[in-house]
Write a protein that binds this ligand. Structure first.
Ligand SMILES: C[S@@+](CC[C@H](N)C(=O)[O-])C[C@H]1O[C@@H](n2cnc3c(N)ncnc32)[C@H](O)[C@@H]1O
Length: 238
């Protein structure tokens, strides 16, 4: 009888907390940038943003087919289309709430207006899963992955799929800030299933999937957490 009273008392306390809006907090982890996606008409700001993401170091040739994995709403491709002609961009992401035709069209309309003339590049939207990019095979000259590697739950399966998506001489660009192994990254890995790998492990995993690391550099201009490392991999064709 006493035990029943205790259980009822606990249930009553929990119900009171919920009614008072004091639900026990469960931390939710988002994969989206905390600051949201930028809509800016300031050309210098756009150039600075591309530079902060190391994109000023990549040259894009007319006619190339490019995929951005974890592209969000495609704002980076809209910005790249302002300074590059006749590219085909595949805007790829697992999150259909940010990466869908209507959101991507909104972003492109906005930046096309900032550009002041129609874009000569084409844009396609693709949603994938934790193991599969859902991109066509043997198609891409370049595949970009910015601030996204850490969130992959099945990096080896996913990278093997990227290898199939690239043309024989295709390049894979992984750009993100370095991560140190800490108690926080360990708990994040356990709670979310994300790989949250340090750079050395990212490189090992990608090489073991059949890539060569052809260049690695760090952008020291951005300060602290935002100093990204750019790693360029070429697929092995043997
Ligand atoms: C921090 S955001 C980076 C967005 C953008 N690349 C940028 O640099 O601003 C990480 C993105 O990775 C996406 N993502 C996570 N896992 C993914 C997966 N398996 N396949 C494709 N996208 C994924 C998330 O949905 C999110 O849009």
């Amino acid at each position: 009888m006493r035990a029943t009273r205790k259980v009822l008392l606990c249930l009553y306390l929990l119900a009171s907390l919920i009614i008072l809006g004091c639900q026990p907090t469960v931390e939710t982890h988002s994969m989206q940038p905390t600051e949201g996606y930028p809509f800016t008409k300031d050309i210098d700001e756009i150039k600075d943003l591309l530079k902060s993401k190391c994109l000023d170091t990549i040259s894009f040739e007319s006619g190339e087919v490019i995929a951005d994995i974890g592209a969000g709403n495609g704002y980076i491709e809209a910005m790249l289309a302002m300074f590059n002609d006749s590219l085909t961009f595949y805007i790829q992401d697992i999150d259909t709430s940010v990466c869908n035709e209507s959101e991507v069209a909104k972003v492109f309309k906005f930046y096309e207006e900032v550009n002041g003339k129609p874009f000569t590049s084409k844009f396609l939207t693709v949603n994938g899963s934790d193991t599969d990019t859902n991109l066509p095979d043997d198609t891409f000259d370049k595949i970009l992955m910015l601030w996204t590697y850490s969130y992959l739950k099945e990096p080896v399966k996913f990278i093997n799929d990227i290898k199939e998506n690239l043309k024989d001489d295709g390049l894979f660009y992984v750009i993100n800030p370095g991560i140190e192994e800490t108690d926080y990254t360990k708990s994040l890995r356990e709670e979310t299933g994300w790989n949250v790998s340090i750079l050395e492990k990212q490189i090992d995993d990608i090489i073991n999937c059949g890539f060569n690391l052809v260049r690695i550099a760090r952008n020291y201009n951005e300060g602290n957490y935002n100093e990204p490392v750019i790693m360029i991999f070429r697929k092995n064709n043997y």
